[in-house]
Design a protein around this ligand. Sequence first.
Ligand code: PTJ
Length: 247
Amino acid sequence: MSEIDVPESHPRYESLLTRHRIEDGVETGITSKQGLIAQGRGEAFDYLLGERTTDTAAAAERAAAAHLLQADHAVLSINGNVAALVPGEMVTLAEATGADLEVNLFNRTAARMERIADHLREHGAEDVLGLTADGRIPGLDHERAKVDADGIGDADVVLVPLEDGDRAEALADMGKTELVVDLNPLSRSAQTAAVPIVDNIIRAVPAMTEHARELAGDEAAQREAIESFDAAEALSAAERAIRDGEL
Ligand code: PTJ
């Protein structure tokens, strides 16, 4: 048994563990209630994808890792679901790529911002951006537009996992290279991303860290990972994987 009362041999162990973490997130004020609905949507797509990382998703994770390494200023955006599911893994990815961490919420409240920043610090983060909120994403209404001017506002590469479509589009319109983790290949977030990663965040973030460690210091391999990745083809491959079980 682990942190939930289900044996690891249970065929749906990972999925049940994920649900438990989201429930916990809601109870501790990290995750919004809407985060439960978002998780349900994600689970449905994960089930259809066979709850595994497809070859195309692995290539996307490698390309995303390369973009993070090549960036002048990379920022990893953290919302309530991400904080509940992969807090330590996001801190490790930030360390492996030299990226900043910024709390950026769709349903923004001061209490949730603070709780999530504390939660990340408990998982080893030194600096957590997002609380200053002295920048804006153009084209969005007030609360949803807030970012740190020296964080997402200044970044050339942003990882936005489980992002609402409106905000993903607005960030892409700012000219940022957007890396999106979203299990739904038809979502607007995945469709607007430079690199859509159609995989469960639980698997995607540790995989990106592994790729980043392998690619670190190898400029040619980083360029190859970026240039060989085709976003439109990756989205089509994810749709085929859902429809035909192709991997
Ligand atoms: O914490 P906040 O206030 O910033 O709110 C965050 C949520 C997630 C509630 C908000 O951004 C939202 O409403 O998101 P959506 O529009 O429901 O989109 C979430 C997307 O993430 C959906 O397309 C899901 O399929 C996908 N998704 C959900 N869980 C996972 C996932 N993708 C990867 N891994 C998951 N575990």
